[in-house]
Design a protein around this ligand. Structure first.
Ligand code: SPV
Ligand code: MN
Length: 627
């Protein structure tokens, strides 16, 4: 018996001891033994891939009241996070950086020794009297060049249960992997809980990422973006691994867009949180492979991608029968769904923007709720949180793409970058080439902070490739990796910039309806195959009016007016020049390793804008460019 198994034995049932000893990798036993020694759980529960183990986790989540089975539909449960734990926490999330090294200035970092001592101090004895659950996960389809194994120790049954819905099981993969196989490690504790089983010590929340040990520490939080280690936490480690190994780990959706004659073209799309990523991946009539994280590899000089996950942890606000019919239907049907931070009344969940009236009282993240209830600071508590969510498995969706588990991934025809840009970029455009797309759309992606992270909303910021919150390597290196990746491909994916949030210059109203993105997708699908023409503009290729008019009719049965087209697709020169200024300043001030190519490509874009301005003025209709 190895010494780690020996230490663990008293806390394990016989069956669980068996499960653990069948894994040949002593590093697995070591990680669990050290987690147990630090956090001191009363018991350890090993969850294999068996239906029994998985059902046990779900039952425990309900039995411990971390999830409440107060909803009437079978399979539905609700979990509440604390008032100060309703989103990812940028302040509390830090990289542990060895002395003498530094990531970019834009990233939150702490000296490794100091950070380890601190987080271990907070985790010490954190699981007293509780069970530590051990979960094995496969990131990406099993048995594939994409597969990365992950191991999480947590004292939250809710977290362990969420992982069943969101990830592919990995115990079998650990059994097959050799004694020295590599894996990502996560140690999580919900910390001190109140009588409602909600983490209370939010001022002691810590989410620390140790690149040196491939380990994540997370404590005093339950919000899944901070606690489900395989989501945004392991993603940070994967970005680093990808950088060393020459592939890409991206904050991207994956979808199949269905073109003429049964053709399917796969797209990946990067959008910051709460900027339309899930609703793009879930467009009716198209198929979804993933809505959050993709690994992309060069396989025989073709870009191929997989979804790292197998489920959706999606924003529930504005899911209604009109705008998101498919998800709405799923949320109204029996089957496994974990709702979080919604309002519950008479066994039914309610959320903002669901398309019907909300009750005036019920139970929500603040406990018993009634209209007009205020928090400690005197602010009105909304019936449901804006960042309320649902967790479901992709395989339960009727529009789940059959290639989801293809070990080779899917070939990418296109990549899109979408920000939250009120003023400058048109709703959809195609880059001149891979490099232009990576720089002018990806690296220049601008957004505003949203409710998905804790803090003020609506603050404008650069969010490089929508990965800014998760990047764990110097920012310039990430841009370089992307540029290099495309250069080696036979035919790089076509790069598009999309912007669902452009506003009218004069009255400030959004220029597009929520469903319009479906038309943009269909246009991009045709462009990948060179089946429609486009207009060359200073910032990229623009759609032609006639093509969009046809697509609006075909896809949405809408009459698309010339007037709307001109408003949406005019090039706004002053706003575009200002955007270039902001992007340049951000990289000059924050990113000492910015590749020179970034400044070169932006310089050329500026030149094209100035030249067009001299000829056509500040605001240029796409039709003048066409002639
Ligand atoms: C996001 O905020 O980008 C999400 C949800 O996808 S979280 O798990 O919080 O990262
Ligand atoms: Mn995300």
């Amino acid at each position: 018996m190895n010494p780690y198994l020996e230490v663990l034995q008293p806390k394990l049932s016989k069956a669980d001891y068996q499960k653990l000893s069948q894994i040949a990798n002593p590093n697995v036993h070591e990680f669990i033994a050290k987690a147990s020694d630090l956090c001191h759980p009363e018991r350890i529960s090993i969850c294999s891939d068996s239906a029994e183990d998985i059902a046990y986790v779900r039952r425990q989540a309900v039995a411990t009241c971390e999830e409440k089975a107060i909803l009437t539909l079978p399979g539905h449960t609700v979990h509440f996070d604390g008032e100060h734990d309703q989103g990812r926490d940028r302040q509390a999330t830090k990289y542990l950086v060895p002395r003498g090294l530094s990531l970019s200035k834009a990233l939150n970092q702490i000296d490794r020794q100091e950070g380890l001592a601190e987080v271990r101090g907070v985790l010490k004895d954190a699981m007293n009297g509780r069970t530590m659950i051990v979960r094995f996960i496969s990131l990406g389809p099993p048995n594939s060049v994409f597969t990365i194994l992950g191991l999480q120790c947590t004292d939250s049954w809710y977290v362990a249960h969420s992982e069943d819905l969101l990830y592919r099981p990995g115990y079998g993969e650990f059994l097959k992997a050799g004694p020295k196989s590599d894996f990502l490690r996560v140690l999580h504790s919900a910390g001190k809980l109140n009588e409602d089983m909600v983490s209370v010590e939010h001022e002691k929340k810590r989410i620390y990422i140790d690149n040196m040990d491939n380990t994540i520490y997370s404590v005093n939080t339950q919000y899944a973006g901070n606690s489900v280690g395989f989501k945004k936490l392991a993603f940070r480690l994967a970005i680093r691994k990808a950088s060393y190994e020459g592939w890409l780990a991206e904050h991207m959706l994956l979808m199949g867009a269905h073109g003429p004659n049964g053709r399917k073209t796969f797209f990946a799309g990067a959008f910051p949180s709460a900027c339309g990523k899930t609703s793009t991946a879930m467009l009716p009539g198209e198929t979804i492979l993933g809505d959050d994280i993709a690994y992309i590899r060069d396989i025989d000089q073709v870009a191929r991608a997989v979804n790292v996950e197998a489920g959706i942890f999606g924003i529930i606000q504005d899911i209604n029968p009109k705008d998101d019919a498919l998800i709405f239907k799923l949320l109204e049907s029996p089957g496994e769904v974990i709702f979080s931070n919604v309002l519950v009344k008479d066994g039914k969940p309610y959320w903002l923007g669901m398309g019907s009236d909300l009750p005036k009282d019920g139970v929500n993240f603040s406990g018993a709720w009634y209209e007009g209830k205020k928090d400690e600071a005197g602010n009105q508590i909304p019936p449901a949180h804006k960042n309320a969510r649902y967790a479901v498995a992709l395989k339960n969706l009727e529009n789940c793409d059959p290639e989801l588990d293809n070990p080779q991934g899917v070939e990418l025809g296109g990549v899109m970058y979408g920000g939250r840009d009120a003023k400058a970029y048109v709703p959809v455009q195609q880059s001149f080439d891979w490099e232009h797309g990576i720089i002018a759309y990806g690296a220049s992606l601008e957004t505003e902070t949203t409710f998905a992270t804790i803090g003020e909303e609506g603050v404008p910021e650069i969010n490089m490739m929508s990965i800014q919150d998760f990047i764990s390597i110097p920012l310039g290196q990430n841009i370089r990796n992307n540029l290099e990746f495309g250069k080696k491909l036979k035919k790089p994916p076509v790069v598009f910039g999309v912007n669902y949030f452009l506003r009218d210059k004069d009255n400030g109203k959004f220029l597009n309806a929520i469903q319009d993105k479906h038309v943009w997708i269909k246009w991009m699908e045709l462009r990948v195959h060179n089946e429609v023409d486009a207009i060359e503009s200073p910032t990229g290729y623009l759609p032609k009016y006639e093509d969009l008019r046809r697509l609006f009719k075909q896809v949405l049965n809408k009459d698309y007016s010339k007037e709307d087209y001109v408003k949406q697709f005019s090039i706004r020169v002053p706003e575009n020049l200002a955007k270039i200024e902001r992007v340049q300043r951000f990289y000059q001030e924050n990113v000492s390793d910015t590749p020179l190519e970034l400044f070169g490509i932006l310089y050329l874009q500026r030149g094209r804008l100035l030249k067009a301005k001299a000829r056509f003025g500040d605001y240029i209709s796409p039709e003048s460019l066409e002639s």
